[in-house]
Each structure stands twice: as structure tokens, then as C-alpha cells.
Design a protein around this ligand. Structure first.
Ligand code: NDP
Length: 328
């Protein structure tokens, strides 16, 4: 047993503090699989945890990081053996269970998904929890019966992580995609991912009408609050919105009108406790339904020491696409 590098959050008198630390392997938590972490990523929730802006972390000291891709080092779980390539999203890692910003981690084997054969661990984390959540949202809209023929789909927070991956997947499936963004200067970027139309965030930021002009057959929302309320009131008869985020706020100032007068459905998307079968399906589909060159174009790489700066930037809405964190 030795030590390894980890981004550790400690409680302080004034709040919390994150720092790169030598962590003693003997202090890893229980689990039946030990994984050498290749890559992690910076998701919005990681930003909240690292900066301490929301009470994401519920155990101290905590190794931050809610997702990783890596290589099994040792296992007493019959499903995994040394050398297997694995992915983990959520299940409380980085919140209640020691997380991903570490050279080594120990988790329950039942939490792991096998890395798709044609995917590298770096690509898996370029997708990360944001991208896997975008796929869960697409799957929810499909289960609702939405097809490209039903009309365009709106993606809010489009230049962010969930948004960028959602735009790319939907465009790849032939949907007409309206990218809703507060950064119209990212219009060319969003069009390169496949957006057909760029809509300014302010168009969905005004007072919420109970019912507005029917515009989109569906939507994927990572913003919440007034944006989601306006999106619901602009959704066409029989349409659906998949909601996964709160980048604009936790509230939802809507009425029942879109639901009872237009039959609109609102689907909640949770990636953290999502059942394993759905995860496997999402990752299988990500292997073939997300264009790799587009994924590469939306991704930049940092090291563990760059995580605090990236955490502040993602909360400020300044990150475009995805940030992958090279761990070893
Ligand atoms: P990002 O910061 O990468 O993307 C969020 C985007 O939202 C920004 O890029 C920006 O897009 C837009 N935005 C930011 N602030 C505001 C604001 N005040 N008002 C309106 N729009 C805003 O984060 P992620 O994509 O990683 O995550 C997005 C959200 O989804 C987060 O709330 C996160 O917690 C949630 N999430 C939930 C999951 C779940 O399991 N339910 C899993 C993963 C993420 P633009 O500049 O284009 O307008």
C-alpha cells in the first residue's frame, strides 16, 4: 500500500477547500473492485463540489469527481478481472463515496459499465456524465415516440456539456435541432455539431405565458427555471421535454396548462441512480450514435491540477463543450 495523487476536499472553518494531495491507499473506502483511473472529467456538479457552492459533498475528507474511466487493477467481483476497461458515472462517487479525481479508486463492481470495444477511456470521459445524461434524455424522447418527422427539438444550455452532446446526437439521428444559447458567438461551433438554428437564450428568458406559440416537438433542458417553463409553454401538442439540469436555477415557474391543454410530457432525467440496464444501453448507443470527430471537437484536456480553475469556469457558464481530466 502506498500513496497516490488525489484532489481532496476538506472541511474548513469557513466552508470547504479542495487541494491536490498525496492520499493514503489504506484510506480508500470499501468496494470489491480497485480501479486505476485513466481519465475523469469536469461536470457542473464537480464545479459545485470543488468550489463548495452547493452541499454536494456529504463526507469529509472527500476525493472529488463524479465519473471516471479506467482499468481494473484487482477484483473480488466475479464480473470483473484485472485489465478490464470500465466506466463509472455517479452512484454517489465524489459525494458520499471517495471519487474520481485520483490515480486509484475502490468501488462496487455492480456500479461499473464495461467500456465499449471501440471507445478509448479518454473518449468515454470526453462524453462523461454530461454526455451519458444527454443520451438518457434522447432515449426518453424516443420512448415518447418523437421522431424527426414530428418536428424540431430545442436544446437549452446548448454550448455546455450536456447541450453540446445532445445537439450532436440529435443531429446525427436526423432531427432538426434548435440550439438555445446565451453565447450566440458560439453559433458556428453549434452549427458544426449539427444545430440547424441558433436561438438566443433571452427568447426563453421572458415572463412565462401559460401557453405560447407552438414551436418545438420536444426539448432537452439542462437549465431549469424560467427557461424550462418557457420551453414547456412553447412545446407542440403531444410533445415532450426531458429535463436534467439546473444551470439557470432550481425553480420551475410553470402552470399545468402545457400538460392538460396540449398533452405535453415532462420527463425527469437522473444519471446518478439510473438502473444499470439503462446505463448499459446508453453507453452502447453512445458508441455508435455520437460522431467521434464531433466529440473530439467539443473536448479539451486538462490535468488534475487544472480542476479548480475549470470548476470555477463551469459554474460561470464559461466552459464550451467538455473538459476531460487526464489522471495518469
Ligand atoms: P455546463 O456548464 O457545461 O452547461 C450548462 C450550460 O447552461 C452553460 O454552458 C450555458 O449554456 C447554460 N447556462 C449557464 N448558466 C445559465 C443561466 N444562468 N441561465 C441560462 N442558461 C445558463 O454544465 P453541464 O452541461 O455539465 O450540466 C448542465 C446541467 O445539467 C447542470 O445543472 C448539471 O448539474 C445538470 N446535470 C444533471 C445530471 C442529472 O443526472 N440529472 C447529469 C449531468 C448534468 P449557453 O452558454 O449555451 O447558454
Amino acid at each position: 500500500m502506498g500513496t497516490f495523487k488525489a484532489m481532496v476536499i476538506e472541511k474548513t472553518e469557513s466552508g470547504t477547500k479542495a487541494a491536490l494531495t498525496d492520499f493514503d491507499e489504506a484510506n480508500l473506502m470499501d468496494g470489491d473492485v480497485t480501479v486505476a483511473v485513466d481519465y475523469s472529467t469536469v461536470n457542473y456538479k464537480d464545479g459545485l463540489a470543488i468550489t463548495g457552492k452547493a452541499p454536494v459533498v456529504r463526507r469529509f475528507p472527500m476525493i472529488a469527481g463524479v465519473d471516471f474511466a479506467g482499468t481494473v487493477e484487482s477484483s473480488t467481483n466475479l464480473n470483473w478481472k484485472p485489465g478490464d476497461k470500465v466506466i463509472l458515472n455517479g452512484w454517489g462517487t465524489g459525494e458520499t463515496h471517495l471519487g474520481a479525481y485520483a490515480e486509484k479508486t475502490r468501488v462496487k463492481g455492480d456500479w461499473l459499465v464495461r467500456l465499449p470495444a471501440s471507445m478509448t477511456t479518454r473518449e468515454a470521459m470526453a462524453i462523461g456524465t454530461a454526455g451519458y445524461t444527454a443520451m438518457l434524455a434522447v432515449m426518453a424522447l424516443e420512448r415518447h415516440g418523437l421522431t424527426p418527422e414530428r418536428g424540431p427539438i430545442a436544446v437549452t444550455g446548448a454550448a455546455g456539456g450536456v447541450g453540446s452532446v445532445a445537439v450532436a446526437i440529435l443531429a446525427g439521428k436526423g432531427f432538426s435541432v434548435s440550439a438555445i444559447t446565451g453565447r450566440p458567438e458560439e453559433g458556428d461551433y453549434l452549427k458544426s455539431l449539427g444545430a440547424t438554428e441558433i436561438v438566443e437564450r433571452k427568447d426563453l428568458a421572458g415572463p412565462v405565458k401559460m401557453l405560447a406559440k407552438e414551436r418545438w416537438a420536444g426539448g432537452i433542458d439542462s437549465v431549469g427555471s424560467t427557461t424550462l417553463a418557457n420551453l414547456l409553454s412553447m412545446t407542440r401538442y403531444g410533445g415532450a421535454v426531458a429535463a436534467c439540469g439546473l444551470a439557470g436555477g432550481m425553480d420551475l415557474p410553470t402552470s399545468v396548462a402545457p400538460f392538460i391543454l396540449r398533452g405535453v410530457c415532462l420527463y425527469g432525467i437522473d444519471s446518478v441512480m439510473c438502473p444499470i440496464e439503462l446505463r448499459r444501453e446508453a453507453w452502447k448507443r453512445l458508441e455508435t450514435e455520437l460522431d467521434r470527430p464531433k466529440l473530439a471537437a467539443m473536448t479539451r484536456e486538462i490535468g488534475l491540477s487544472g480542476v479548480p480553475e475549470a470548476a470555477a469556469a463551469i459554474l460561470a457558464g464559461q466552459v464550451r463543450g467538455r473538459i476531460v481530466v487526464k489522471i495518469r
